[in-house]
Design a protein around this ligand. Structure first.
Ligand code: 5GP
Ligand code: ZN
Length: 133
C-alpha cells in the first residue's frame, strides 16, 4: 500500500484539514509555506493521466473548498496550486495529489517559471502537433 493510502487509512497520522467521502486534505509534512496542503482522492490513482472524470470533479471541488478554507483561516488571498505528474516533473509520491501553497506577505514560495522570448516558428510547430488529427 502506498504512503498516502496509509494516511487515508489512518495507519500513518496526518494533520487533516478537510475530508469527505472521496477526498482527503492534510498538511504537507514539509511546509513550503505555512498552510501548505495536499489534496488527494481517497481512491488510489497514481497521477493525473490515470484520473477518471468523476474523481476529477470531486478533487477539483475539494481544491476550491480547501483554498477557500485556508484563505479564510490563514488570512491569505494568494496561492500556487500545482501538481507534479511523473518523476521528471518532481513527483515523489505516486498517489495523485494537488499542492495548495499559500503565499504570505512575509513568507514567499518561489515557483520558477522562466520567461523566454517568444519563438513563433516553434509555437506554430508545437501547436500543429497538438491539434493535428
Ligand atoms: P510530490 O513531490 O510527489 O509532488 O509531493 C509529495 C509531497 O508529500 C512532498 O511535498 C512531501 O513533503 C510530502 N510528504 C512526504 N511524506 C509525507 C508524509 O509522511 N506526511 C505528509 N503529510 N506529507 C508527506
Ligand atoms: Zn495510494
Amino acid at each position: 500500500m502506498c504512503l498516502f493510502c496509509k494516511i487515508i487509512n489512518n495507519e500513518i497520522p496526518s494533520f487533516k484539514v478537510f475530508e469527505n467521502k472521496y477526498v482527503l486534505a492534510f498538511l504537507d509534512i514539509s511546509q513550503e509555506t505555512t498552510g501548505h496542503t495536499l489534496v488527494l482522492p481517497k481512491k488510489h490513482i497514481s497521477n493525473i493521466l490515470e484520473l477518471d472524470v468523476e474523481t476529477g470533479h470531486h478533487l477539483s471541488d475539494a481544491v476550491i473548498e480547501v483554498t477557500d478554507l485556508l484563505s479564510k483561516k490563514l488570512k491569505c488571498n494568494n496561492f500556487n496550486i500545482l501538481n507534479n505528474c511523473g518523476e521528471l516533473a518532481g513527483q515523489t509520491v505516486h498517489h495523485l495529489h494537488i499542492h495548495v501553497i499559500p503565499q504570505h506577505e512575509n513568507e514567499h514560495f518561489t515557483f520558477n517559471h522562466n520567461s523566454h522570448d517568444p519563438d513563433f516558428k516553434k509555437l506554430e510547430l508545437t501547436h500543429k502537433k497538438i491539434i493535428d488529427k
